[in-house]
Write a protein that binds this ligand. Structure first.
Ligand code: NCD
Length: 331
């Protein structure tokens, strides 16, 4: 495995399999009375979040704590960046404190890679602009595999604001690597430019017609948040029109289950209820939305384990803390 996790492309298929397998062991910890492994004792992990987050930041913090690391949160709003300090100065300052791992979320695509070039610490991309969100794709794959088994040949439709979605990009790469068939569904205004050529080259499908895709009975319908904070102009006529054309309504959920009664509904959160997904659909039995959150902790524990703990330690046994290796020593 590479030193940093900046993109899903940093992981080959074996790496993804290894992360997902270790996550299964890590998931058991969530159901224990004492949620603690000594694996990352003595390591310092800094969550450096320049964009809002509930799930990603919370689960990275819990993951680090359950593995006995010292975890610290720094957010853009409460830090000296709000006094005008540059990203580089903030990052160098934090690195100088002796952090072993920086988990970075930033509104600029490429920010995590830039940070990795400035510091010795391991860097994990927790979402960079519209570019990538690799741990989200890993936890989504974990959630799907827990329900569906091997994803090879499984059909996953990713629906909505594709243009602004780092989740869609990372999921596309991860799911393709695991052999799933992916269809990206959304209005033309919310599809990245040149997507037809990209789809043809990489072997995935695109569609502007959600009802048609639903009627084909996909195994997973992954709804994306409409990312208003990244929209400068009008990308669709009105919210009502968007919900009517691309929202997962009760009617569409029924059509999905009629076409494939085992189909799952996913959403990375946070949801705009009533826009891209109705409350009926979000809370219905096929929804794995809270499973995704739960998997987020296990998968992030696994990623921290693989990047920071060194090899030769058993993940689930609680024994790996004995002789910690320096971060990076085994890569
Ligand atoms: C996503 C993100 O921040 O990219 N959320 C998340 O990490 N769970 C998706 C989103 O904000 O819509």
């Amino acid at each position: 495995m590479k030193r940093h996790l900046l993109s899903i492309e940093d992981l080959d298929r074996d790496d993804i399999e290894a992360v997902l397998e270790t996550a299964v062991e890590m998931h058991d910890i969530q159901h224990r009375d004492v949620k603690k492994l000594p694996t990352l004792r003595g390591r310092t992990i800094i969550n450096l979040f320049f964009e809002d987050s509930t799930r990603t930041r919370g689960s990275f913090e819990v993951a680090g704590k359950w593995m006995s690391a010292d975890t610290i949160n720094i957010t853009g709003k409460g830090s000296s960046t709000s006094k005008g300090e540059s990203l580089r100065d903030t990052v160098m300052t934090i690195a100088a404190m002796g952090a072993d791992c920086l988990i970075v979320r930033h509104s600029a695509s490429g920010a995590a890679r830039q940070v990795s070039q400035w510091v010795d610490a391991v860097v994990i991309n927790a979402g960079d602009g519209t570019h990538e969100h690799p741990t989200q794709a890993l936890l989504d794959a974990y959630t799907m595999r827990a329900r569906l088994g091997d994803l090879a040949g499984r059909r996953v439709a990713i629906v909505g604001d594709l243009l602004h979605s780092r989740v869609a990009r990372s999921n596309l790469l991860c799911l393709r690597t695991l052999g799933a068939q992916v269809t990206l569904v959304g209005p033309p205004t919310l599809m990245p430019a040149g997507i037809a050529a990209w789809a043809a080259a990489d072997g995935f499908a695109t569609s502007y017609d959600l009802d048609e895709v639903i009627a084909s009975g996909p195994d997973v319908l992954m709804m994306l948040r409409v990312q208003r904070e990244r929209m400068s102009g009008g990308f669709f006529p009105s919210e009502q029109e968007y919900a009517a054309t691309f929202g997962l309504s009760r009617r569409r959920l029924a059509a999905l289950l009629a076409a494939n009664r085992e189909a799952l509904v996913a959403h990375p959160g946070p949801m705009n209820r009533g826009l891209e997904i109705s409350s009926d659909a979000a809370d219905a039995a096929p929804s794995v939305i809270l499973d995704q959150v739960s998997a987020g902790v296990a998968v992030r524990m696994s990623v921290l384990y693989h990047l920071l703990a060194g090899s030769g330690a058993a993940a689930g046994s609680g024994t790996p803390g004995g002789t910690p290796t320096r971060a990076g020593a085994t890569r």
